[in-house]
Design a protein around this ligand. Structure first.
Ligand code: G6P
Length: 614
């Protein structure tokens, strides 16, 4: 992952770079660094282990002058997180500095070759290999920077978004990308670089999303030039970004995660806007109109995703099978891509990804494409790599998600999956007209019901301290609530570092029941649905072994209080939409437990928001 920022113009680069890095910290925060060509022409590189604040502390007494610079926030792949391995990396002569997001897979071979020619390395990173290679080529072949970059990129295998500056030419930044995102912002006599548009939008809304295999030649006083690795000039596709700055700031909440949990009713309205009619009885997706034949022709649906998006996929599977009668499989993208799966041209592959950049999901798409499948994307980040790699898709439109633990993207994904399943079911006539209308109507009621569910916040905040000392937690659910049990457990693990497992409630007796004692909190999603009575039996099984049960129940429930230690009451809805409501208390629970434990909720250790490495 890693975050990349760059600036060249007439303003002071340092504040712009630091502000940009802070916006990109969700991509990794093992270390941060900055390289600037100072007013006196020096190329200064400063770096620090940990978060961007450590870098700014370090830079307090340094020369941070200059109007051109590049900066980086790192999620370590090669080389331990340390200042030494932090980016930017100098070349041997200290004429060049590079930042990189991605992995150079053949770095060890190139490093050996360069070492044999006398090049000395200062770090353990794959990135340093690239800058040394570029410098070696510049000197050996007497080439200008841009041409040396072209030659070097021919030799490397792997994924990259890079930016390089040369102190002998302070009017230029060279940037390139392959499989890692990179955006160039075009201002008035100034340019910006970002892994996404968030570091850029304060200054300009004109951007170019660099495409795979392309190089941006950014020169002050000239127009932005985009060329291929072969040097062929590419058409400049300037887009206007439409991100509201308020959307990416905390808006009065203590953490982005809490803000994003509370935003969900509004997000889901945005997600359904223009897709469900005002009467609330019909849903249309433009992809369904444009690609009707391909989508209706699906003999099977295969969902590929990672993390929380995979959990949304598990809910999608139940929707597609029960409403549309289409067989559906849900695959971890990282497994799918390497296990030679059977994929045919009769398959529709749905790739779900909040960031639209997850490397494994992108690779899974590539594989499915090669086998002739039709690819449908469900993403949040507009213009990101996955939507561009798919045949069609539907954005979830929930706005930027900054908290590393995914919340609003999950409910947005489930909403899009629900709308898609309803469209397909209606076209395939596998749903009665009455049920279709009832379901569409109910979907439009979900934002209001989420507002109700958010009222549990205070109760959960009070409950949270009870659970902070737990070493293990169990989350149980059945049917549509089983993926939610997985998601609830994942949220807790991610931000509070308490081990948690999600299980289908009835499966508990085949193993996890052995773990139950009075020390282990058990969270049961026991909303009123077809399996309600069975879940009550599961709760009793837990109680009989001294387990402490916290149950999520439907309003009006009187039975479960008799067995549960704590009860959280939620508004009623259709069974298949229950995860949209019940996810809220589970997110709040994880959030408040983590806050009680004093954890860094928005930036949990070892995790990153956008996983652009496999
Ligand atoms: C990371 C994030 C998760 C996310 C997963 C998949 O692990 O921390 O929150 O669910 O990647 O990301 P994607 O952007 O593809 O949904």
């Amino acid at each position: 992952m890693c975050g990349i920022v760059g600036y060249i113009g007439s303003k002071k680069a340092y504040p712009i770079l630091i502000k940009g890095l802070k916006r990109l910290e969700y991509r990794g925060y093992d270390s941060a660094g900055v390289a600037m060509i100072s007013d006196s022409g020096d190329l200064n590189v400063y770096k620090a282990k940990g978060k961007v604040d450590n870098l700014t502390d370090y830079c307090n007494d340094k020369d941070v002058s200059g109007c051109v610079g590049i900066a980086h926030t790192r999620w370590a792949t090669h080389g331990e997180p340390s200042a030494r391995n932090a980016h930017p990396h100098y070349s041997s002569t200290h004429n060049l500095a590079i930042i990189h997001n991605g992995i150079i897979e053949n770095y060890a071979d190139i490093k050996t070759q360069l070492q044999a020619k006398g090049v000395e390395f200062k770090s353990d990173t794959d990135t340093e290999v690239l800058v040394q290679l570029v410098e070696y080529i510049m000197v050996k072949k007497n080439l200008p920077l841009v041409e040396a970059v072209q030659v070097a990129l021919h030799q490397v295998i792997g994924a990259y978004a890079i930016a390089i500056i040369d102190k002998r030419d302070p009017r230029q930044i060279i940037a390139a990308r392959k499989q890692s995102p990179l955006v160039v912002g075009i201002g008035k006599d100034e340019f910006f670089l970002g892994s996404d548009a968030s570091p850029i939008i304060d200054y300009t809304d004109k951007v170019v999303y660099l495409e795979d295999g392309n190089i941006a030649v950014i020169r002050l006083g000239e127009e932005l030039k985009v060329i291929s690795i072969l040097g062929e000039e590419q058409e400049l596709k300037v887009k206007t970004v439409d991100i509201d700055l308020g959307q990416i700031e905390k808006g009065g909440y203590e953490h982005f995660m809490l803000k994003e949990i509370f935003e969900q009713p509004e997000c889901l309205m945005n997600c359904m806007r223009g897709r469900i009619n005002v009467e609330g009885n019909h849903v249309t997706l433009s992809a369904m109109i444009d690609y009707r034949q391909q989508l209706l022709g699906a003999k099977r649906i295969v969902i590929v995703a990672c993390g929380t998006s995979w959990h949304a996929g598990l809910i999608g599977k139940q929707l597609f099978e029960s409403l549309c009668r289409i067989p559906c499989e849900v695959e971890y993208a990282s497994e799918f891509r390497y296990r030679n799966p059977v994929v045919t041209k009769d398959d529709v592959v749905i790739a779900i990804s909040q960031s639209g950049e997850t490397a494994d999901t992108l690779a899974a798409i590539q594989l499915a494409k090669e086998q002739g499948a039709f690819i449908f994307g469900i993403c949040n980040a507009i213009g990101s790599s996955i939507p561009r790699a798919t045949n069609t898709g539907t954005y979830i439109h929930v706005g930027p998600e900054i908290g590393v633990a995914s919340t609003k993207a999950f409910t947005g994904q489930v909403t899009v999956l629900s709308m898609l399943a309803l469209c397909l079911a209606a076209e395939r006539k596998t749903i009665s007209e009455d049920l279709y209308k009832q379901m569409v109507k109910e979907l439009t009621q979900i934002p209001d019901k989420m507002v109700q569910a958010l009222k549990t916040n205070e109760q959960i905040e009070h409950l949270a301290p009870i659970f902070t000392y737990a070493k293990n937690c169990l989350y149980l659910g059945r049917g549509y609530n089983y993926p939610l049990a997985l998601e609830g457990a994942l949220k807790l693990k991610e931000i509070s570092y308490i081990h948690a497992e999600g299980y289908p409630a009835a499966e508990m007796k085949h193993g996890p029941i052995a773990l139950i004692d009075s020390e282990m909190p058990v969270f049961v999603i026991a909303t009123r649905d077809r399996l309600y009575e069975k879940v009550i039996s599961n709760i009793q099984e837990v109680r009989a072994r001294g387990g402490r049960v916290t149950a999520l129940v439907t309003e009006g429930d009187t039975q479960i209080q008799k067995f549960a230690d704590h009860v959280i009451t939620l508004p009623d809805t259709l069974e298949c939409f229950q995860p949209l409501i019940a996810s809220i208390p589970l997110q709040l629970l994880a959030y408040h437990i983590a806050v009680c434990k004093g954890k860094d909720v928005d930036r949990p250790r070892n995790l990153a928001k956008s996983v652009t490495v496999e």
